[in-house]
Design a protein around this ligand. Structure first.
Ligand code: HEM
Length: 335
């Protein structure tokens, strides 16, 4: 694969920049203490499992992006770490807060149909189960016209092509991890009863785009607390700082559960974290994102997405620290 930005060969990134899919399963696992070697061994099997399922349905476009959390990275791999990998901070505003929840491995499974996602998820859990626990599992679907469950088209301003590569894939900034990316996930639950008491105009003010036609509102018309005001960031030279999002709706009607699974890839977690700070704390402080009055973040975690080659042949486990020897008890001398 070459980098569309400059034509240079690009280390084999996982399928981060594949087009958005119709179905997805998000699996978050934690690795039980003492099972690091087993999990390390299993990482090399992931690409084979994807081939086993995906090859049978070539039009199904099955992919699995595997990412590793901060604590797990230190437990699983010796040698250098991605230098911006850390536990996701929480963001506390006067009214709303985000959470930071456990996660050692994130599987982002995508395909045209849920059948392929489900089959691969089952095989992954079979392979990793016993040595790790699934702490979160969300089955996401595409809703009408790429809409989220708030009724708005979600994903329009995602960067593509060279712009996406520039913003999302680690390059010279971290030479040992070229081709990688940082990913933040958050599970949001919506209060649709409250959201649906708003008029369409009020909802459009919350997002900053037209609901039916998906047209962006003029900047001067946008409310200062609109989602698309608080999530647009620029650098010192005025260039927009982008992330690639692949949000998926999910829910259970019987439980009145209506959600959005947020997932955002970027070449530095600082960009996504600044967006979160703007949303929760507000910019300026107190001017928080209006969608949070109808959306609660119930999970949140940050991972690094290494290249496929890294996962196929990872660096060795870190050396286990030598056990500390208990001091030899001094025996009373025999008289
Ligand atoms: C834009 C929905 C959470 C970052 C949008 C848009 C919608 C939307 C409808 C407008 C269309 C577009 O995609 O360009 C949601 C929902 C969320 C959510 C329902 C969860 C409840 C987040 C989070 C972040 C984020 C947590 C970042 C940390 C962005 C960005 C844009 C965007 C960067 C594009 C802004 C632009 O360039 O105009 N979102 N979003 N979103 N969202 Fe979200």
């Amino acid at each position: 694969m070459t980098d569309p930005a400059d034509g240079e060969p690009l280390a084999a990134s996982q399928a981060i920049l594949n087009p958005l899919s119709d179905s997805a399963i998000f699996l978050v696992l934690t690795v039980a203490a003492g099972n690091e070697q087993l999990v390390h061994d299993a990482l090399g099997d992931i690409s084979g499992l994807v081939r086993s399922v995906g090859f049978r349905v070539p039009d199904g476009v099955l992919t699995c992006i595997t990412s590793i959390g901060s604590d797990a990275w230190s437990r699983l791999f010796d040698g250098p770490r991605p230098n911006q990998l850390h536990v996701l901070p929480e963001f506390h505003g006067a009214v709303h807060s985000s959470v930071s929840t456990p996660g050692d491995i994130l599987f982002h499974i995508r395909a045209k149909g849920m059948d392929l996602c489900f089959e691969l998820a089952s095989l992954l859990v079979e392979r990793f189960g016993g040595m790790s626990a699934v702490v979160d599992e969300v089955h996401g679907f595409k809703y009408f016209e790429e809409r989220d469950l708030l009724g708005f088209v979600d994903g329009t301003e995602n960067p593509t092509g060279a712009l996406a590569v520039r913003n999302v894939i680690v390059r010279d900034d971290e030479p040992q991890f070229v081709g990688g990316s940082y990913v933040v996930v958050q599970k949001y639950l919506h209060n649709l009863t409250a959201w649906n008491t708003l008029t369409v105009e009020q909802q459009e003010q919350a997002i900053g785009r037209g609901k039916a036609d998906n047209v962006e509102q003029a900047e001067e018309k946008k409310a200062p607390n609109a989602h698309t005001v608080l999530t647009v960031l620029t650098d010192a030279d005025g260039n927009e700082l982008k992330i690639v999002r692949d949000n998926m709706p999910f829910g259970r009607v019987g439980e009145a559960e209506f959600g959005t699974y947020f997932i955002g890839y970027a070449k530095t977690p600082a960009v996504t974290e600044s967006m979160l700070k703007n949303m929760f704390v507000g910019a300026p402080e107190g001017n928080y994102d209006r969608i949070l009055d109808f959306s609660t973040a119930v999970t949140g975690s940050l991972y690094f997405t290494p290249t496929g080659d890294f996962l196929d042949d990872p660096p060795p486990l870190p050396p286990t620290p030598a056990p500390t020897l208990a001091p030899t008890p001094t025996l009373p001398l025999a008289t």
